[in-house]
Design a protein around this ligand. Structure first.
Ligand code: ADP
Length: 293
């Protein structure tokens, strides 16, 4: 039995570092180039597996070298990839320019992720046997809805990271147990900049919300309960890429072990704080022994 199933994206991040991003029609010379395995789905899967979860990934990679590397990256962290299909055409890619200020411009090409429009036989069986289903919004919405529906039918806890932020259909929200936006996503979804206000508004649609607030920590709110703010450990952040995905992956593991929400959030905060102190995305995610320490 697999505790955590991730239905989500895999992307190869193609990152060019340059003094400044080119304007349209312009060419600039960059300083450095890196390929970094990512995608919110794969990042959450790696984070959860490293945090000690039994994790399976449902999604797709392309028939190219990136696909092989994306699959290998998941497997190297212990993620079960039996339900990760290899499809014709390219893998998902994110084309990123990072300038000297650390600002970035990104073109995401979904590639293989775009072929995941529905569940295939076998997916629902694995979801049904799981404790938690992790969803994000980098796959076609039809697949996200199908996953949430399957989880609901089998009483599996559904955790949705609403990124990239977009209006969410009510039937999807109705199947979500826990929504975990960052503060920007929460503001986009509700039109309310203040996290407490946004959480209150989101509770009209889902029973539980955790809003992540970067260095300011995270805020939990549940219907009929009192809000709970959990501070983030004070650390020197060098790269906050995938901090949110690390938080969600670790949170799912802790909740799956039956830990109460405050404790699970503190544990997830420790994992995310370790992630931001190291450069990289999935490569910077901590293992369970490090989180415990
Ligand atoms: P995202 O990565 O989705 O933008 P956040 O920036 O809110 O999400 O970060 C997610 C979590 O990562 C935070 O709730 C916090 O626990 C941790 N985190 C992020 N930035 C820092 C930081 N500078 N110092 C400590 N923890 C951080």
């Amino acid at each position: 039995m697999t505790g955590i199933v991730v239905l989500g994206s895999t992307n190869m991040d193609l990152v060019a570092y340059a003094a400044r991003a080119p304007k349209l029609g312009e060419t600039v010379t960059g300083r450095e180039f890196r390929t970094v395995p990512g995608g919110k789905g794969a990042n959450q899967a790696v984070a959860a597996a490293r945090a000690g979860g039994e994790v399976a990934m449902i999604g797709a990679v392309g028939e190219d070298e990136f696909g092989e590397r994306l699959r290998h990256t998941l497997e190297a962290s212990g993620v079960d990839t039996d339900l990760l299909r290899t499809v014709e055409g390219p893998s998902g890619t994110a084309h990123i320019v990072v300038d000297d200020e650390g600002s970035n411009a990104i073109v995401v090409v979904p590639g293989a992720n775009g072929t995941v429009t529905h569940l295939v036989p076998g997916d629902e069986t694995v979801i049904a046997a799981a404790d938690t289903l992790l969803l994000q919004l980098e796959l076609p919405l039809s697949a996200v809805r199908a996953g949430a529906g399957a989880a609901r039918r089998h009483g599996v806890r559904t955790v949705l990271t609403p990124a990239p932020a977009q209006p969410l259909p009510p039937d999807l929200l109705a199947a979500v147990d826990l929504l975990v936006p960052n503060e920007h996503e929460a503001a986009t979804l509700t039109g309310i900049a203040d996290a407490h206000g946004a959480a209150e508004s989101l509770l009209r649609q889902v029973p539980e919300v955790v809003i992540t607030l970067g260095a300011a920590g995270s805020l939990y709110a549940a219907r009929g309960g009192r809000a709970l703010a959990v501070p983030a450990p004070r650390v020197e952040a060098v790269d906050t890429t995938a901090a949110g995905d690390t938080f969600v992956g670790a949170l799912a593991v802790a909740l799956g072990e039956g830990r109460p929400m405050p404790e699970a959030m503190r544990w997830a905060s420790a994992a995310a704080a370790l992630c931001v102190q190291r450069p990289g995305a999935s490569t910077s995610m901590p293992y369970r022994t490090e989180i415990e320490a």
